[in-house]
Design a protein around this ligand. Sequence first.
Ligand SMILES: [Zn+2]
Length: 360
Amino acid sequence: MSRLSLEERFRKKLTKVGKKNRFCRYLVIPVLAGGLFFFHGAAYLRGNVKRLAMVAMTALLFVVYSSFSFPIFSPDPGQGEGLSGISEEAEDIVLAKEVEIDLDDISLPEGEGFPEDGEYLETHGDIVELYSASEILEAAEDWEARNGDGAEGGEAAPEPEDVGDMDFSREDWRLVLVNKQHSIPDDYVVMLGTIRTLKGKQYIDERIIDDLLAMLRAAEDEDVELQICSPYRTQEYQKKLFNNHMKAYMKKGLSYMEAFQLSSVAVNVPGYSEHQIGLALDIVTPTHQSLTESFADTDAGVWLAENCYKYGFILRYPKGKEYITGIEFEPWHFRYVGVEAATVMTEQGMTLEEFWEELE
Ligand SMILES: [Zn+2]
């Protein structure tokens, strides 16, 4: 009789117990399986001692070397640059909170060359100059005289039309909606034309220049002096303008979020400004060149509010509609929408948002 191995004896014994009692079988099976796994594992280990020793050595070396870079192994975790360094940084990270700000409580810093009103900077800083209507008209006439029948003559008188049956469309370039919710469409092509004066140039959509010049001329005929500032703005310029506001607010101690919220009421976030598509411009007058609400009470402000629609412009951010436009009352900011649409909007007291909402 051959000598049974430990494994065979173990198996036999368990099988006997399992056969004796039906209930025991349920216990025996897992024990048997575990036993077999153990015996075969041991046999494998015995057959591969050298190989396993190599693996163990490698693993040991890895742990020893890497322990120097793990702070838990370093002698003084408090001084190390490992985890403690990270946790210090982590303490500095504060999650942004949504904040409700009472706008009336906060005003911009005074005496720092930064006025309370939003777009003032662009006219009084060294960024953009003011061009008076007479200078523009003079230059346009001069240009026309030298270049024959130019497209920029400004002679095109507005033609009041019966707008009752007009069909407006959201596809119309004149009605493109750009506001806080609607960024400038990716495929929008800005078609710039030049507003000339003897001292320099400004740019605006070339398709609205005739109507603009006609409006300037009509104002001049009624002894209303207009000055144009900041028509077309590049993305870079809009960014600069926005950042100036951000900086001023943050200098005042406001958080980034608070500064952003306040800045975006005064200046549109870059990519969301009508000035960037060349269809909007700011207009002031020599006696009131700052972009503040009181411009509305000047002769120029009153004349523009009453007459701009005849030339295709609307007062884009009217008083009392701030909750719709998201922008404070800006009696100096005019947007071209075409004579027909401007007439409808003015007659019905609608903002571009309200008008656009009804279009297909
Ligand atoms: Zn403006």
